[in-house]
Design a protein around this ligand. Structure first.
Ligand SMILES: N[C@@H](CCC(=O)N[C@@H](CS)C(=O)NCC(=O)O)C(=O)O
Length: 215
């Protein structure tokens, strides 16, 4: 039985939950998942029972509770040093951390206007100036990384940086935000992962609808 338990929200909508979940699946970490759906924009009061922030995701590793998606993945990179959670090259590691932090703290127009939604049909969204700015910056980040690494993932092999951008891959696709060739090929590479397909299938099958997240 696994010693790790990952608390997550709805697979259709919970972009922050998707990050550690896909990272752990692709990098081969055994864990038990506990899905507690939010059926309202303000989450679920039940999250407070296990989460210091009242938010998901949360990882319980024995006696320790780790919250915040990037902190969870970084914790696992130290717990399993043999697995390449971060790029092995020091400069690439720093770059992967930088863009992961940029994702964590930035792109508010994209996050607010285009919620992750696995069920959404692909329909183009009109972009205001703020959304265009976010999309352009993401195109630049992905293109630079893929040009340097040669792909198929941002740093060659799948790392935490890919996990941190996974929900953006869904947004780029379902809101048709970019026709940049590097964006399109990164979407294909991410979507071809077994873990992606497992999450997407489960998300599409969920019964819950959150009106605020149906953009
Ligand atoms: N910065 C946090 C964000 C966590 C977050 O906002 N999670 C959402 C679900 S995707 C949540 O739990 N929302 C409930 C609420 O805000 O009440 C992380 O990286 O884990």
């Amino acid at each position: 039985m696994s010693e790790l338990k990952l608390y997550i929200g709805n697979k259709n909508y919970s972009s922050w939950s998707f990050r550690p979940w896909i990272g752990m699946k692709v990098l081969g970490v055994d864990f038990i998942e506990e899905l507690i759906p939010f059926d309202m924009a303000a989450g679920n009061p039940k999250f407070k029972a296990f989460s210091p922030t009242g938010k998901v995701p949360v990882l319980v590793d024995g006696e320790q509770t780790i919250f915040e998606s990037l902190a969870i993945l970084d914790h696992l990179s130290r717990k399993y040093p043999a697995q390449a959670f971060w790029p092995k090259d020091a400069r690439a590691h720093s770059h992967a951390m930088a863009i992961s932090c940029e994702m964590l703290g930035g792109f508010s127009a994209l996050r607010n206007q285009c919620p992750m939604n696995m069920r959404r049909p692909v329909v183009k969204m009109e972009q205001d100036e703020a959304l265009q700015k976010d999309v352009k910056r993401i195109e630049t980040i992905w293109s630079d990384c893929l040009a340097k690494s040669g792909g198929p993932f941002l740093f060659g092999e799948f790392t935490i940086a890919d996990a941190m951008f996974a929900p953006v891959v869904n947004r780029m696709e379902v809101y048709k935000l970019s026709d940049h060739p590097d964006v399109l090929s990164f979407i294909d590479n991410m979507k071809s992962l077994d873990a992606w397909q497992e999450w997407e299938k489960a998300g599409k099958a969920e019964p819950w609808t959150v009106e605020e997240d149906e953009a």
